[in-house]
Design a protein around this ligand. Structure first.
Ligand code: MN
Length: 241
């Protein structure tokens, strides 16, 4: 029986090698039998260009490419940490890039895929920052900076965002329910898969009298999180790391 797999928010980082090992185990194990693997953003803790002088994520790019060579397509929808992943990294990993909002056929069900940050519309500061980061001119200027300068900017930004998140009430950093309904309506589908909020769950809802479901992927901090789609079935599984 075939299955399609979804993951997000691994936040791979040299400081947490056990997460990278867990991901590589998935790539070399269960994913080999999958119809496809979808990575819905924040695969990396941060990605600030394809030109890392230390090439720290080379083993991960190669491990993904090995799965693709095995015959399993791997799709990448960028998150707010790794939207700068570029052509070179895509070519090395052989991942296929997906746009921010896309409907794909998942085991016979048209399903909307997003990273999830676009649904957090209550956080207006974040949305303003996101628009800046997604501006091609800003991206060109940032990528032209020397690597150490890019790293310094990311460190400063992360310190600031930790403070900002700490001060915000929980519901501001979660998705806005109206934004979810609007996204499902806009794309004419009943199924949505996203990550970003680190609140793994399968939510049943109703949109225009139709049953709908929002599947939220978990992060990979203490354990891994995997959505397994097989026919009409959707199971959110925890992976020990
Ligand atoms: Mn995110």
């Amino acid at each position: 029986m075939s299955e399609t797999l979804f993951i997000s928010d691994l936040h791979l980082d040299a400081d947490r090698p056990q997460i990278t090992e867990g991901f590589h185990a998935l790539l070399a194990g269960r994913a080999r039998q999958a119809r496809a693997l979808y990575i819905l953003g924040d695969l990396f803790e941060y990605w600030i260009g394809d030109d890392d002088p230390q090439d720290r994520h080379a083993p991960t790019l190669e491990a993904i490419a090995a799965l693709v060579e095995h015959g399993v397509p791997v799709f990448f929808l960028p998150g707010n940490r790794d939207f700068l992943l570029g052509e070179r990294a895509l070519a090395r990993s052989r991942m296929q890039l997906l746009p921010d909002e896309v409907v794909v056929d998942v085991e016979g069900t048209p399903t909307l895929l997003m990273h999830g940050d676009l649904l957090c519309t209550d956080d207006v500061d974040y949305q303003a920052m996101r628009r800046q980061f997604r501006d091609p001119a800003w991206q060109r200027a940032f990528l032209a900076l020397p690597w150490p300068e890019r790293e310094a900017q990311v460190r400063a930004l992360r310190a600031r965002s930790r403070e900002a998140t700490y001060d915000k009430p929980q519901d501001i950093t979660d998705v806005n329910p109206q934004a979810v309904v609007a996204a499902l309506r806009k794309h004419g589908v009943t199924d949505l898969v996203h990550g970003h909020t680190h609140r793994p769950a399968i939510h049943e809802l109703e949109v225009d009298g139709q049953p709908a479901r929002r599947m939220v992927l978990g992060d990979w901090y203490r354990e891994g999180s995997l959505l397994i789609c097989s026919g009409p079935e959707r199971v959110l599984e925890r992976l020990p790391l």
